[in-house]
Ligand binder design. Structure first.
Ligand code: SF4
Ligand code: SF4
Length: 439
């Protein structure tokens, strides 16, 4: 069978060994580190004090403006410190540290159930902010902002991104299998809030069990369709999913709303469907733990704020471990500080062995002008040329003449490069320098 897709792209080894493993709940660590500014936007403001007892589900930090979400306590326990803690980039950031009470169970103690059928569109958007929702697909952008398109832009279709094209990652896949009804409930709420007429759920062809489960959950509702897309990387990128589904392009520096779309990760939508009717905050998330460097890979429901080293000890951090990657191996980042905590945007943690790193390619050699990177780039850039300019530090020329700004850092070019040139890393540096120069 031929499935819809985009041109170019790559197909790295999938390594989705955890796809058949049901989601398991994780225990509480000795301390939870609740970062107050884990993503873009403004940090939330603490509304608890040191020494205060808190209940699981209680709000502990409130919003500061539109580009902010509240933080809720994932555990019943005590606030031991309000100050700063290391984030993933190794930078100190505002945080609340909680100590779970010994024997705290994982039942929710604070929630405010709502009759979602009686909510107006504006109340649904406000409710999504109130539960502290950000994009759970990795970007962690504020969901209530995403669902409020700029005035004058009419949206007609909600696209649920269930592609999960990164090798190793299976958390979205498990959510589609285990929480299909929540996906449907969340979709209906978002449709009411935004006024879209159609809902398209896009799933890659390596998850046919999820396609069937979702179709059953939808039943005969004509608003919905489930589309199966070819298994290919980076099928889950917004630009690629749009091209594969509709043959349309999101304009350069534009938004999906410019062509009438709202695109949302499928786990985000499932969580809205599960949490909003109960008035519960986001206090945990499903994370894929995989790679040969751990003994018990799987999909785990992990409290937000759990330090990475606690997670890795729980699943058996073994002596094959060579590199810890946050997110999938294509777009993820190497982790330098294992004391840092899980935030809402973390989809997976991969611990690669020497063998897996060799498979992904790591020894750098000169460019042999083979053109493989040009053939792989899904948006038809010239990564080889961009890479040569980066090595000469001609960062402004890269943006002005070779569309560096369009690169969405999918890593396909680095992956196929037989010389193992870290192209995507060079592009990230170039963008960072250009941003600093323009400020
Ligand atoms: S240039 Fe950017 S968008 Fe193109 S393949 Fe490389 S990382 Fe992906
Ligand atoms: S794939 Fe690597 S070696 Fe080939 S042209 Fe691109 S940068 Fe050069």
């Amino acid at each position: 069978m031929v499935f819809r897709t985009f041109s170019h792209g790559i197909h790295p080894p999938e390594a989705k060994h955890t796809a058949t493993l049901p989601i398991q709940r994780f225990p509480f660590p000795p301390n939870l580190v609740m970062l107050l500014a884990p993503n873009i936007g403004k940090a939330s403001r603490p509304i608890v004090r040191e020494g205060q007892e808190v209940l699981r589900g209680q709000k502990i930090a409130e919003v500061q403006g539109m580009m902010s979400v509240p933080v809720h306590a994932p555990t019943t326990g005590v606030v031991t410190r309000i100050g700063e803690s290391l984030n993933m980039d190794g930078v100190m950031a505002p945080a609340i540290i909680l100590q779970p009470y010994p024997g705290s169970d994982q039942s929710i103690q604070v929630e405010t159930p709502v009759d979602v059928d009686s909510l107006t569109p504006a109340q649904i958007i406000q409710g999504i902010q109130e539960i502290g929702m950000v994009g759970l697909g990795g970007a962690a952008f504020h969901t209530h902002v995403k669902y409020s398109p700029p005035s004058g832009k009419k949206v007609h279709t909600l696209v649920l991104n269930g592609c999960e094209c990164e090798p190793y990652m299976t958390a979205d896949h498990r959510v589609m299998l285990e929480q299909a009804q929540d996906v449907v409930t969340g979709s209906r709420l978002i449709a009411k809030a935004t006024g879209v007429e159609k809902i398209v759920i896009a799933v890659e062809s390596n998850k046919m069990d999820a396609v069937e489960t979702l179709k059953k959950a939808i039943g005969n509702d004509p608003k919905f369709s489930v589309e199966t897309l070819q298994t290919k990387y980076p099928q889950g990128a917004e630009k690629m999913i749009t091209r594969a589904l509709f043959g349309m392009d999101i304009p350069t520096r534009g938004l999906p709303a410019d062509i009438g779309l709202i695109i949302s990760n499928v786990t985000t939508v499932a969580e809205i469907g599960r949490l909003l009717p109960k008035g519960r905050g986001v206090i945990e998330r499903v994370i894929t733990l995989a790679g040969e460097g751990i003994d018990r890979p799987g999909n785990y429901l992990i409290p937000i704020g759990t330090p990475l080293n606690f997670m890795l000890d729980e699943v058996g951090f073994n002596d094959k471990a060579r590199q810890v990657v946050l997110g999938g191996p294509m777009m993820g980042k190497g982790v330098a500080f294992l004391e840092t905590p899980v935030t809402k945007g973390i989809t997976g943690i991969i611990v690669l062995s020497e063998r897996e790193m060799r498979q992904l390619g790591h020894r750098v050699q000169p460019c042999i002008q083979c053109g493989e990177c040009v053939r792989a780039c899904p948006i038809h850039l010239n990564p080889s040329k961009l890479g040569r300019l980066a090595q000469k530090e001609r960062y402004e020329d890269m943006a002005a003449e070779f569309n560096l700004g369009d690169c969405f850092e999918c890593g396909s070019c680095s992956y196929v490069c037989p010389s193992h040139i870290p192209l995507v890393h060079l592009f990230r540096v170039a963008k960072k320098v250009n941003r600093a120069r323009s400020n």
